[in-house]
Design a protein around this ligand. Structure first.
Ligand SMILES: Nc1nc2c(ncn2[C@@H]2O[C@H](COP(=O)(O)OP(=O)(O)OP(=O)(O)O)[C@@H](O)[C@H]2O)c(=O)[nH]1
Ligand SMILES: [Mg+2]
Length: 465
């Protein structure tokens, strides 16, 4: 990897009209280029003398002396900038024309157009942040929920990097021990030493497993959740869908077996994107179409993060209800007792079977109890997702798929190293696996990396970041 030498420029604000637009220059010549196209409004302007300074003035085309725009320029001297290089940020009016013309002048005076993510790539190459922190920058820009943004910010603050670096150091120590034995093949490992190695590797495995678990916990915030409404026919599933999305989306009739297909709609619950699926009532099908509908209901249930199992309070619980409870047994579910406006004296809300999951009483028809239900949905879906646990502080959190894959690989390699030592294989074998785990973990923070990996990561950024 070569350290960058040239000076780059790009528009760093999104396209379209805005109050302010920013053209950003970074690199050794950025002050020089900015000064060529800038006429300061007061004398005594010398950005080279301070770490950071803001100057007011005008952008002028040096070849024609035409004024392009009135601007403020922030000059940040290396290393006191985002990229650790000299950076000049030109704040102009936020229209396409001034932005394009100022960028054009910067390019004409010697800058090169920045590639996507190149500023952040430079911040990484110049050692200001590591790779996982650079990736957190993309996640912050793309976050769709407040919680996802909070998680990415924690990653930017470096908790994950410190943990990974720490685990790598521990593995390096074990690796040194194992490699010491490569030079003395005739000496077998002594039992206590072997046990010590094994327990150190297992300790590293545990730390990697904790990180992997945090990825699963945070998934809902990144991707949203899928929620299936299931129950026997006519309990009010479609009525519930319509009530939740406040639209007359699904057909409602008093004939059991009205819904035949899975009907999907999106809903935002406290900032969490939830895909709701209304499904066909589950029962012994009466015809081919209904049979297919029931199959799809079960498919939707299987793929959902949460099941709303709906019961009709107008009738006592029966065998069909129990069958559906059973099918949802291995799912996170909420029992929804619907039609509470016409609750039958035979319906027992205190039924022990209803105690297996959180239970909410509603009337879909009268739109009652829906706020309670939404609260419960949110609670159940995100119960402590990403929060600190006994084994993990809140700021050590894996949110990125690339990191998850590398952690999977590292864990597998550690397990193989353990088994090689356990079986009494040549120490070279264990050393090889330990090195592999070190490399995988190193790729997360960028300690081990190639231009290829960097290209792939930074191509996901927008230009100007
Ligand atoms: N009184 C009362 N009736 C309701 C309530 N919710 C739904 N219903 C009625 O129950 C009947 C069935 O409602 P749907 O929403 O079609 O029930 P479903 O579970 O989707 O039925 P299928 O699609 O056939 O499985 C309709 O007549 C609704 O008006 C409620 O909260 N109170
Ligand atoms: Mg229906």
């Amino acid at each position: 990897m070569n350290l960058p030498e040239d000076t780059i420029a790009a528009v760093s604000t999104p396209p379209g009209e805005g109050g302010i637009g920013i053209v950003r220059l970074s690199g050794g010549d950025s002050f020089l280029i900015a000064k060529k196209i800038f006429r300061p409004s007061s004398s005594g302007f010398n950005p080279d003398e301070t770490r950071r300074t803001i100057c007011h003035g005008f952008i002028e085309d040096p070849s024609t002396a035409e004024t392009i725009d009135e601007v403020l320029i922030t000059f940040m001297k290396s290393p006191h900038s985002y990229t650790r290089e000299d950076v000049a940020e030109i704040n102009c009016h936020g229209g396409m024309i001034p932005l394009r013309r100022i960028l054009g002048l910067a390019l004409r005076e010697g800058a090169r157009l920045a590639e996507p993510g190149e500023y952040t790539r430079r911040a990484f190459l110049n050692g200001r942040i590591d790779l996982s922190q650079a990736e957190a920058v993309i996640d912050i820009i793309r976050a769709k929920t407040e919680q996802a943004e909070k998680m990415a910010l924690m990653q930017l603050e470096g908790g994950l990097s410190i943990e990974i670096t720490d685990v790598r150091e521990a593995i390096t120590g074990i690796c040194a021990l194992v490699e010491a034995h490569i030079d003395f093949p005739e000496e077998d490992l002594e039992i206590p030493e072997k046990d010590r190695m094994l327990s150190s590797i297992m300790e590293a495995e545990t730390r990697v497993r904790i990180l992997l678990k945090s990825f699963e916990e945070g998934r809902i915030y990144r991707e949203g959740a899928a929620m299936a409404i299931v129950g026997k026919p006519n309990v009010g599933k479609s009525s519930l869908l319509n009530a939740l999305i406040k639209k007359d989306r699904a057909i409602i009739t008093d004939l059991p077996g009205t819904t035949r297909d899975v009907i999907e709609e999106g809903l935002n619950i406290n900032g969490l994107p939830v895909r709701i699926m209304d499904t066909a009532g589950i029962r012994e099908a009466h015809d081919l179409v209904e049979a297919e509908g029931v199959k799809r209901s079960l498919g939707a249930l299987a793929g959902a993060d949460l099941a709303l199992v709906v019961f009709d309070a107008g009738k006592p619980l029966d065998q069909s209800d129990r069958l559906i409870m059973e099918k949802a047994l291995d799912k996170r579910s909420i029992f929804v007792i619907n039609k509470c406006d016409i609750i039958s004296p035979e319906f027992d809300c205190g039924d022990t079977e209803l105690k297996c999951s959180p239970c909410v009483k509603i009337s879909a028809k009268k739109c009652e109890g829906l706020e309670d239900l939404k609260e419960k949905i949110f609670e159940t879906l995100v119960s402590n997702a990403g929060a600190a646990t006994q084994e993990r502080p809140a700021d050590i959190l894996v949110t990125n798929v690339r990191h998850k894959r590398l952690l999977d690989r590292a864990l597998e390699a550690l397990e193989q190293a353990c088994s090689a030592i356990g079986k009494g294989d040549q120490p070279e074998v264990a050393a090889l696996f330990l090195r592999e785990s070190l490399d995988s973990l190193g790729e997360i923070v960028g300690a081990v990396t190639t231009d290829d990996i960097l290209d792939r990561i930074f191509s996901e950024f927008c230009i100007g970041k």
